[in-house]
Design a protein around this ligand. Sequence first.
Ligand code: SF4
Ligand code: SF4
Length: 444
Amino acid sequence: MKSNTFSIGGVHPHEWKKAASSPIEDFPLPEEAAVSMAQHLGSPAEPVVAKGDKVLVGQLIGRATSFVSAPVHSPYSGTVKAVEPRADIAGNMVMHVVITVEGDQWLPEIDRTPDVPMEVRFSAEEILAKIKDAGIVGLGGAAFPTHIKLNPQKKVECLIINGTECEPCLSSDDRIMREYPRQIIMGARLMMRALGTDTCYIGIEENKPEAIQALGDVAAYWPGQKVVVLRKKYPQGGEKQLIDAVIGRRVPSLGLPIDTGAVVQNVGTALAVYEAVQKNKPLIDNVFTLTGPNLEVHRNFRVRVGTPYSKILAAAGNLPEGPLKLISGGPLMGKAIANIEATTLKASSSLLILSGDMVPRNPEMSCIRCGKCVKACPMGLEPYLLNRLCRAGGRQDELEKERIYDCIECGCCQFTCPSYIPLLDMIRTGKAEVMKIMRSRSKK
Ligand code: SF4
Ligand code: SF4
């Protein structure tokens, strides 16, 4: 079998995918849940319920407020306890609908039977409308509203389904590919109809043989869909890297993936699209990995949106001694959890628990000009130089010339640096400043 990967840079971190053999379990419903109105890229949703209202599972509780926005639905039945700002994982105050959970009553129009209808019964317009109304967002991390990405206003040559899950520790995508292959293939077919393309590639890394087999078996029944086995390399799940790996085309600097004729969607998004279109189910839950290299238990849960991280942490059993670092997402691109009472979002994929000995704070040393960061950068940048310019301050012109805006914040440079220089932290800050300048210039 041919095995491909992207052409520039990348690293090979230890996998630590200890949860990969754990089947998906339903996470118990919390007694109280707080559902954020800012779960997606773009304008936050606006609450349409008030204190004292009764809600059912699947009921609209937040409406989309602009073109780039998505509605939010209740993952619970119960009573609205409050509509108020609460802190997210970073401690930022965000509007939430707080629900006292009572039973588990779903809207009657949601099909909860185990049937998997494999017939495309809707037009492209109807599929897009259903995806929009169900509040589907990209589950690969960015949480961009899916209905917009599926309507690119440009000719689409192929859909690429991202089943790489290249970050260490994460297993939720692997599990859904093994357990829901028909639903994912059907979700892909619906997206192909919406995009007007007959071609779909499903990119999966070679370390997931069961997922490759499961999706390959189902895809074989449908013309135009094909599993592409990829060599294991981080950050293969980045859109630009995946397009390069699967169809051998490079997204131009400052360009969009659609400039290559490809649209990329995550396997989790394909499953959510299937559920929205074929089962009338809005995006109210997702599959979530609870793991950590030193934990005794490693589990995959179907978690309702709005579940407190503290409840998921409690399911980890005995925690390693000493200080812990809690991360939402993978160890390389995930976000540190500063507030454990914060709740999960539509695109939350994991709670990663790292013990103190796994997050050593090695003292930073001087750059020895070894060039490892340059070799590792998948965007062809010079991270040591970007770091120097960022630290010097006021060098935005030079940073722009060095294409800091192309940085995908993958962390390969920092991962590989023998001098423990916090390259990503510096570059991220510098990139934000340059992007601000570029945005204000384009408005003039
Ligand atoms: S974080 Fe940015 S600069 Fe560093 S390797 Fe990734 S793309 Fe390159
Ligand atoms: S990897 Fe670190 S030490 Fe080597 S050139 Fe890059 S910044 Fe300098």
